[in-house]
Design a protein around this ligand. Structure first.
Ligand SMILES: *[C@@H]1O[C@H](CO)[C@@H](O)[C@H](O)[C@H]1NC(C)=O
Length: 314
């Protein structure tokens, strides 16, 4: 059965595929948003990568995505690192106005759980039967997913914890599997690492918008250095994205085009890349809240629902 479906899809013309995508996108079928935030760096001196990720985490939560729909992967826990002279905290600015760690953070994959295998399994849904809910991406074909990655990388690869690496083909194939398994409606892929734009150069699955911090051959640069912490506390590309996100709330009509128009290569120090050929909508019509906001849409059903039944008094 599955085989027959796949063959049929492969045999369908390009035009049919386009038609399917158009119908799919215009059927008002978007009901939930998910975020997968991945810091692949280990060790204290990579503090900024953890802070990048925690800042994104704070932002997507502020904009309304609940913890149940955020998968946070942190390869190193700097908040509880013995070298942290501000124990239990993560800051992305030397002024230390906002503790990103706070008292309400849910790390879903931590330490040595942050592996290439676990990341691919998470995306494609190929997790072990006993995997708890918080370690699963329970998205469907009505979900928009924001995937953010940061760490050390190079041309077509991103290191995981200095011990292994994921390459651009791995992620491209994982996304195609996600599409075939109806695990997303649209994906916004954002990556801050050296030569970041090479990481989405191999993507081929539909409805994916990709943004990276730097071109092939270019580094990604850190921003503030904190003397007390003894490390840089954020990367430039992430910093300037966050600066824009801070001006956005749930009611805002800011679009992806607005965000991208703020990128200033002088400030960022590298050339951010945007890949739109796989994405079916215009960036001017794609609101930031399409990915970051809380989506609450009612789905109608013909199933009878029992009302008037006594609620358990728990
Ligand atoms: C980019 O930033 C630099 C430094 O602040 C500034 O001089 C320049 O005008 C900015 N460019 C644009 C296009 O805004």
């Amino acid at each position: 059965m599955a085989c027959a479906v796949l063959t049929a899809v492969a045999a369908g013309s390009q035009a049919q595929q386009q038609q399917r995508i158009a119908e799919f996108l215009h059927s008002d079928s978007h009901t939930n948003n998910w975020a997968v935030l991945v810091c692949t760096s280990r060790f204290w001196f990579n503090y900024r990568h953890i802070a990048n990720t925690m800042s994104m985490y704070r932002t997507v939560k502020r904009m309304g995505i609940p913890d149940s729909h955020i998968i946070l992967m942190l390869a190193d826990d700097v908040a509880c690192n013995p070298r942290n002279c501000y124990p239990g905290t993560v800051y992305d600015h030397p002024q230390k106005t906002t503790d990103l760690y706070g008292d309400n953070v849910e790390v879903d994959y931590r330490g040595y759980e942050v592996t290439v295998e676990n990341f691919i399994r998470l995306l494609t849904g190929r997790v072990e039967a006993h995997t708890p809910r918080n370690k699963r991406l329970l998205s469907d074909d009505k979900s928009n997913i924001f995937i953010y990655m940061t760490g050390h990388g190079g041309e077509d690869f991103l290191k995981f914890q200095d011990s292994e690496e994921i390459n651009s083909y791995d992620i491209a194939d994982a996304m195609q599997q996600m599409w075939e398994k109806k695990r997303y409606r649209e994906i916004l892929f954002m990556i801050d690492t050296c030569q970041a734009n090479t990481m989405f150069s191999k993507f081929y699955a539909p409805n994916v918008l990709s943004i990276g911090s730097s071109r092939k051959g270019e580094n990604s640069y850190s921003h503030y250095h904190d003397r007390d912490i003894g490390a840089s506390v954020i990367d430039r590309f992430t910093y300037y994205n966050l600066e824009f996100f801070e001006s956005v709330d749930l009611s805002s009509k800011h679009t992806m085009a607005d965000l991208i128009s703020t990128y200033n290569t002088t400030l960022i120090g590298s050339h951010p890349g945007v890949r739109t050929d796989l994405f079916a909508r215009k960036l001017e019509e794609t609101y930031l809240t399409d990915f970051f906001g809380a989506v609450q849409r009612v789905e109608l059903t013909n199933e009878p629902f029992p009302i008037g039944r006594k609620r358990a008094s728990a």
